[in-house]
Design a protein around this ligand. Sequence first.
Ligand SMILES: [Zn+2]
Length: 245
Amino acid sequence: MPTRHRSLAIVALGVAAVAAALAGGAAAASRDEVRPVRPLALEATAPVAKQAAARAQARAWTPPSASEDRSRAVGKPNDGRLRNGLLLPAEGRDFTTFDSILERAPSREWRRYGTGRLLRVVYAALRDYREANPDAPRVLIGDLSRPRGGWFGREYGGLGHASHQNGLDIDIYYPRRDGRRRKPARASQVDRRLAQELVDAFVARPEVRYAFVGLTVGLTGPAERVQRLPHHDGHVHIRVLAPRG
Ligand SMILES: [Zn+2]
């Protein structure tokens, strides 16, 4: 090999060596960022077992009785606060929570606070609904109030709420015709028969003051309590009466 070619070959080898060293360095750096390796079995089963325990715990929860309940609605649904609010679990026997902004289940905790009174009504109505419709999918629950209530407007995502301020309001998605666990985007996706049963189960509870339903979804009830509003073709908004005193 002529000298000039040999020196070119050496340069090429040198470049390859530098490249290999760089690649090795990069691999080492990324290895450092990886968490320490733990036994595979633990890695795979621990979070699953933990999740199962959390789910079982959520499903076993029931709202406190009126005499044990320290939660209080303060002020009005459109201008109020929530004292000692109770957290609705991520899911229950008869429901799953669904985050309308992130479009996933469960909903974020801070969107799920209410009075015990509201939660007792929800648990009782959903139990009645499930017993009458044992094959229906679990109901999806949307927003309640923030942990201490107060303003829940647009800055918290989507259209926001004018009310939902003192733990007496809750949004519940209508069951879908295709049975999917997502909120219906329009009235045509709603299983009208099941949706009417759901509204009826709430209206049967004397504590329910209003059920706000959509303009085109075609749901009915006593006119002074079942009222039509824009933006309610995907969910019914239930408001319970503030307790006296
Ligand atoms: Zn609402």
